[in-house]
Design a protein around this ligand. Sequence first.
Ligand code: ZN
Length: 277
Amino acid sequence: MLRQVAEGVLIHQSEFCQSNAVVVHGRAGVLVIDPGVLGSELADLADDLRELGQPVVAGFSTHPHWDHLLWHARLGAAPRYGTARCAATVQDLLSDANWQARIAQAIPPDIAGQVPLDLLGLITGLPAGMTQIPWDGPDVRIIEHQAHAPGHAALLIEERGVLIAGDMLSDVLIPMLNLNDTADPIEDYLAALRLLEGAAGDVEVVVPGHGSAGGADQVHARIDQDRAYVHALRDAQVSSDPRVGPSAQDGWDWVAGVHAGQLQRLARRSERDSTPG
Ligand SMILES: [Zn+2]
């Protein structure tokens, strides 16, 4: 089920929202980033790794949204990490006695019951300012920013030319801004794109959290496309983004609703901000 995208870097794409799990080979086992969504897929991934003789030695969640925080007992008990801010956000969620019910509301009904929640979010926050994942394998640089979710991390494996973008740089999903408790979500997003652009120099493969992996030509094209979308959103212009509307890929027509919702919430925010008193 795993497909190699660069030397020692493999991905598995979930049926749910084309979610990408990433496996990185280290010296004594593998690092698993955002392992997947459906219980059966997580179990299959664990079985495949076992067959390859590759124990999981570390896990990482790119950001504190449910579809990036899952795990399966068969993947083992290796330490799982996220940024300090990501882990704090998850802590907050899990401290609510009703967290399972709250998460269940976010899961589409057609896969409800197939998503194992018991090991969700059991991650350790890395010390703020730590710029590498602590593990015995190729350097994995953490590029932390505040677009999409608090403590969101993109990961750069420089010696393999791979950028793992989390929920950015997708060919199917538009930039989804974090509009909760943020002062300037547009600028947060643009700042994150600048960080990715600064890191993207020698990247040959970009792996988004959802959608297709892209080659070298896609890295800057996707950064530009996301930036153009955010500019259009900021200026309340009609977006000609191919991910929204009739040009959206099969099964992604709901993205137009996400776009409309973002426009509406931003309009409400600016109304509120311009109200005197
Ligand atoms: Zn996601």
